[in-house]
Design a protein around this ligand. Sequence first.
Ligand code: ZN
Length: 199
Amino acid sequence: MELYSGYISRLIGELSVLPGIGNKSAQRLAFHIINMPKEKVENLANAMTEARENIKYCRECFTLTDNEICPVCKDASRDHTQIMVVENTRDMTAYEKTGKYSGVYHVLHGAINPSLGVGPNDIKLPDLIRRLQAGEVSEVIIATNSSIEGETTAMYISKLIKPTGIKVTRIASGVPVGGELENIDEITLSRALDARVEI
Ligand code: ZN
């Protein structure tokens, strides 16, 4: 005998594939959703479907955006000769929140991770190189996480870019080892940026 109705089991199953949601949390969310007003549930479902359908990669920096080109890349007052390389859109948002960075970004959508079979060509790294070849970039600031994968990616990018003569810097270690950028406060992030070192 099924413990729950088929519909509830299915909802729990779908929710439990989300990151950080175990079976217990999935059950809690499922019962919460079932008790929500029908209209709220429809809004939630529509928000998910529409986000998935309409969000695309910015054609310059590859962040997730509603338009062909994101507001940061579109902004002519930003310094387009300075590119900060981050692992994901959340990290970019974390730096944007500091209000201390006036350059543009490049979002990798991941980091090199040999144990998971993620190589340089599996993230938006070839796109960064193409961008550097095309434009007049004077500095690449590597702001990947200080995890093993983030450090591996930083070293790889540095070795790749060095021969081109473009300045390569790494944000300072104010960012704790293994710390994810998105969880770090704005002051620490701005300090890490100010104290960046050439690598
Ligand atoms: Zn962009």
